[in-house]
Design a protein. Structure first.
Length: 127
């Protein structure tokens, strides 16, 4: 069952999707819950995808760029092995794809519901 939401104009989808990613990135860093990053990845992709096909495409592009960058920088920035960095990026991508897919499903009213499977204990209820 897919969601037939009213599609936003292209520029609104682009600006909105960028804001969705920025807001969730900011919220993730404010929240600082260990293991909560997958939830915020999912939410950003869900929210951007709900804006329409341009929002979904931009979510895919932004997620791919971020994970490619993280795969290369994690070993230095987070002192991870290359293998651990790739596993982390694959898990992030799973959360990203889940967010985009769940945005199409009418069973989920919002990103909080659509990304519940990635929610870990300690994440502030306002997210």
């Amino acid at each position: 069952m897919t969601n037939k939401l009213k599609e936003q104009p292209t520029i609104s989808q682009i600006i909105g999707a960028i804001r969705d990613f920025g807001k969730n990135y900011y919220d993730m860093h404010i929240d600082k819950t260990i293991g909560g990053d997958k939830y915020f990845h999912c939410k950003a992709n869900f929210e951007a995808s709900r804006r329409g096909p341009i929002g979904q495409s931009l979510a895919t592009i932004l997620s791919n760029i971020r994970e490619l960058s993280n795969a290369q920088s994690n070993p230095i920035r987070k002192n991870m092995t290359i293998e651990d960095s790739l596993i982390d990026c694959m898990q992030d991508q799973f959360a990203n794809v889940t967010g985009r897919q769940n945005a199409k499903n009418v069973l989920y009213k919002n990103a909080k519901e659509g990304c519940q499977q990635f929610r870990v204990g300690g994440i502030n209820e306002r997210y």
